[in-house]
Design a protein around this ligand. Sequence first.
Ligand code: C2E
Ligand code: CA
Ligand code: CA
Length: 556
Amino acid sequence: MKQNFDQLNTDTICDVIRLLSPAVDDYLYVYDFRSDHYFISPHASERFMLSDYAFTNVAENLEKMVYPEDYPKLRNDLNGILTTDRCTHDLTYRLLSASGKPVWINCRGTVVRDETGRPLYMAGCINEIGKIQKADNLSGLLGAAELKLHLSQYTNRFPDGFMLRIGLDGLKGVNARLGVEYGDLVLQKTAEFIAECLLPGEKLYRVVGDEFLILDFEGRKTSEGKELYRNVRDKIRDFIMQKNYEVLFTISGGMLDCGDIDEASYSQVMKFTEFALNEAKRLGKNTCYLYRPEDYGKFLRRRTLNLHLRQAINNHFEGFEAYYQPLFSSDDQRLIGAEALMRFHSEEFGMVSPGEFIPILEETSLIVPAGRWIMHEALKMCCEVHKYIPDFKISINISHVQIMRSSIGREILAAIEQYGVDPKCVTIELTESGLLETDTRFTTLWSHLKEAGITLALDDFGTGYSNFHYFTDLQPDIVKIDRTFAAKAATDEFEFEILSLFSKMIHELNLKVCVEGVETAAELEKLCQLPPEYLQGFLLGRPCPKEQFMEQFVQK
Ligand code: C2E
Ligand code: CA
Ligand code: CA
């Protein structure tokens, strides 16, 4: 380099700078040590405290231009160039703007020396860090626009490596409790901690408010990315300890293997990393989730299904159907009622299982209109059956979301009155998982329904957190034993003993037992020894549309 550049006349460099200046935001400069002459991109003189873009007496002029506190740092660095054989200059400090405000810049330069090592001149570039950040003066990082620009150089596939999107958990809470300034500090610290953990070649961007993206195109594995995530977490933990726990916050991470991106585009990166980060948050936050294409496929299916469900509901429940499964008394196997079960089908999805669509309805609260709809269907159906079987009972499932998000109690009572159904002929089924959120809304609903003479059933007993106090506290009329528990008890003697014990206790409290999901004659025989009051299962009758139910079980 020396041989080529020491011959250069700095005037030539000035010409090049003059030529390039209009095309670059940064400030190119040359500092000739021999003539003590400095030349910088002309637009620098508008931006900074400079009378001209070309000047002599460099030290004096620089002192006027640099933020006073930072000037000694710069002077030392420049002295180093003159007194050692160092050939690079790379310093971050503040300049004064034309109006006297500090402006963060990074100044880099290459020193050209003659054969004897004497410095001739230095040429380089000043970047305004705050300007590059645009969206982010806080963390000092590049923003989404820069990420986009960086990724645009790849046309086909990205190099091997990983992407890690890190999001702060609950920044809003920090802002609300300790003030926005504290929130800013938390953000800034997180950015700092991430930057400290980066390995050579990794790039860090701040993509949105409280989310950062690390780009590793160096061929590292996602396991190394997870290690990086853990290192950042450790730093945050130490920071929290240092602050004596006055602030508590965590980070979630969404990791993506570059090999899982089939199209080198910014939009795919944003889409997949956003999904990955959301998954980490959904999994309970403070964790790192590794993107899997099959999970993303499921997510897309859920999203489309969600859309179809919403459209169907808005379109007079088109595609929704009420099925009815018969319930029998166990002693004489007489039909005593039916459970209304929701079905959904659409052209694109065909018949969708309630196991899949009910959770979506619950998450989106669409279970409120859908649950209201099936309740009306079921009560209408019950009226029809009453023409043949006057004491026929209809069972309706109510989700805990309906309890939390609607006035379901009043709605049930109003609908019962509207159709003129005897409350004794209506059973409301609630699951334990819903009951876990024991809440005054729930207990009030329960007691109102009971007072009105409606039968209450505790559904799915034996799954999740079976807790005996529900029986004593809530006194449901019926306890429904879940199919998984019942099926195990039918073949495993130990399980059967446990179920018998439960059954005895339930009976001692004067509550009734319904066994769900009886599929075979052997199961029926074994489970009848409990003995339950009611039976339900494919062996005795599958859920079916109303017309079929009427033909098969009512008007036979
Ligand atoms: P669930 O309330 O426990 O309903 C009983 C489920 O067991 C039904 O599944 C029924 O088809 C199934 N089943 C009955 N007998 C047998 C059997 O012998 N073998 C087997 N393997 N399964 C049997 P389905 O209709 O798929 O509904 C699943 C769950 O979806 C229901 O479980 C309930 O939690 C929910 N669900 C269905 N309809 C509604 C509704 O209208 N509202 C609410 N909130 N939830 C509903
Ligand atoms: Ca049920
Ligand atoms: Ca059940």
